[in-house]
Design a protein around this ligand. Structure first.
Ligand code: ADP
Ligand code: MG
Length: 476
């Protein structure tokens, strides 16, 4: 493939990312590659059949529109499944091999934003059930511990090292964090380490794979076999639970969860939000999920970012011994690329690509140029409804219980409306969800509150100020 084509493909991906948002992009498109453009058709590939059918049924028009914005000659897109999957058992040695998947290795790719794709996905060996591929590099050894993830790391390690038959200490272990903060890394590390002794079976599944496994098992009438297989494992690890969709899949998930936990098996889950915020799951599942250990991983601090960068450079040097990044450059990246772990990885990949393709050493100037677009304004903090309630209650001198109560006296009605308004504007929660979190109110009540406050702030400068102050406190 020619470089201009790759470059256009990068632009298409950026457009898509901007349109669908980072989460959706990462889930469905981050592993999509351009194979070639031929006769007005862009041939794209993804690693699984599930991704293919999902993208075809939900995103064909979107993807095509993004293409046409960049290259009007493209009139169709074709999505296929990449076949070059290398299947091996759990490797003994930790040294990753670089294996190209279906690409001509002689052609350097300018866009190596995701070097991960260049490593062969490796199956966990639980193919009866089809565990999701694991990345060889995501181990405990390469996981850097810092203030934001100490607890999550310790809990995951404990799960990984537990022995068969030992009582389970916390079940499920539920880890939540924003995008790129290390959930997948930690879960895969747990899976690698847990499977190492081969005494126990640890199965890693993305929620997408869980859905796909289940749906296809139903289709081939082997739902029973699927359940049996699931129940034959010691630790079930499910990543990105927020993507679990569909009533029957959820019901099945609920059964599986209960069956495993009741049988004393360990369940480990990661999601981008706490259990209480998984709106599409029903109450029973939510409370079961919240009943184990729930740990949040916070944003990566600067020190942690620096350590991650150093680990990445060391890893890259195994294959590219001449690659070197001076300490001030690392410090600069750690300071300025604050967003998440993926961007840190991306930054190092770009420096490596530049260094390899041009042969020039990495300098501060080059780093500034290469990572410019990774320096984003600070992500607004994830605001929680509980925090809104707490801070609003404090501000107006009422109790949080008052806000949730059915009392309708003026001194609680207004604060309650303000809190609902803030919940709607500062979080992604839906109106029914907000109603539920405010003492089980109807969504129309929430809508009314939001409209009411919106109407008032236009005329009432004091209220507008108050709300600004509250927002600032919440986003600090
Ligand atoms: P998430 O699943 O939470 O979106 P990932 O686990 O995919 O995030 O992490 C994104 C990138 O950041 C990966 O390259 C991962 O290796 C790296 N990363 C995140 N946290 C850490 C950490 N504590 N130590 C080492 N690498 C990390
Ligand atoms: Mg992840």
């Amino acid at each position: 493939m020619t470089n201009p084509e790759q470059e256009r493909w990068s632009r298409v991906k950026e457009k898509l990312r901007a349109e669908v948002g980072e989460d959706i992009f990462q889930s469905w498109f981050s592993r999509m590659d351009l194979e070639r453009i031929e006769q007005h058709t862009a041939h794209l590939s993804v690693p699984t059949r599930f991704l293919k059918s999902w993208i075809q049924s939900h995103y064909t028009d979107r993807v095509l529109a993004c293409w046409q914005g960049v290259n009007a000659e493209v009139q169709r897109i074709e999505v296929s499944v990449r076949s070059a999957m290398i299947r091996t058992a759990v490797p003994k040695a930790k040294t990753p091999e670089i294996v190209e998947t279906g690409r001509d290795p002689r052609i350097p790719r300018l866009d190596i934003g995701d070097l991960r794709a260049a490593y062969a996905p490796v199956s966990t060996g639980h193919d009866a059930l089809g565990g999701s591929p694991l990345d060889l590099r995501l181990t405990f050894e390469s996981f850097v511990i810092g203030r934001s993830n100490t607890l999550a790391h310790a809990a995951a390690k404990q799960v990984a090292l537990a022995r068969r038959g030992e009582p389970v200490m916390f079940n499920p272990l539920y880890i939540h964090a924003g995008v790129g903060l290390g959930k997948t890394h930690l879960l895969q590390a747990t899976t690698w380490a847990g499977n190492n002794g081969a005494e126990r079976k640890v199965l890693y599944l993305t929620a997408e794979k869980f859905m796909y496994g289940f749906v296809s098992a139903l289709r081939t009438q082997t739902a029973l076999a699927f359940k049996e297989a699931l129940r034959g494992i010691d630790v079930l690890v499910i990543d990105d639970l927020q993507f679990l969709q569909g009533k029957s899949t959820q019901a099945e998930f609920c059964h599986t969860l209960n069956a495993l936990i009741d049988a004393g098996r360990q369940v480990v889950i990661a999601a981008d939000r706490p259990p209480t915020d998984l709106e599409s799951l029903d109450d029973r599942v939510r409370s079961r999920l919240a009943g184990g250990l729930v740990v949040e991983m916070g944003p990566l601090g600067e020190e942690l970012r620096l350590e991650i960068l150093k680990t990445r450079v060391t890893a890259a040097r195994q294959y590219h011994p001449s690659f070197d990044v001076p300490a001030p450059v690392l410090a600069y990246i750690a300071k300025s690329v604050t967003h998440n772990g993926r961007d840190l990885e991306g930054a190092i990949n770009r420096l490596l690509a530049h260094n390899k393709l041009t042969g020039q050493p990495v300098t501060m100037e080059m780093a500034e140029r290469e990572v410019r677009d990774l320096i984003r304004p600070q992500e607004p903090k994830r605001v929680k409804i509980e925090d809104i309630q707490r801070i609003v209650a404090r501000q107006y001198n009422v109790s949080r219980a008052d806000l949730l109560s059915s009392r309708r006296t003026a001194n609680v009605v207004r604060p309650r409306q303000v809190a609902m308004y803030l919940a709607k504007t500062l979080t992604l929660r839906s109106l029914p969800e907000i109603g539920r979190r405010f003492g089980g109110r109807d969504h129309t009540t929430v809508l009314h509150a939001v409209r009411k406050i919106e109407g008032l702030v236009g005329n009432d400068a004091m209220l507008a100020d108050e709300i600004e102050v509250l927002k600032r406190q919440l986003q600090e």
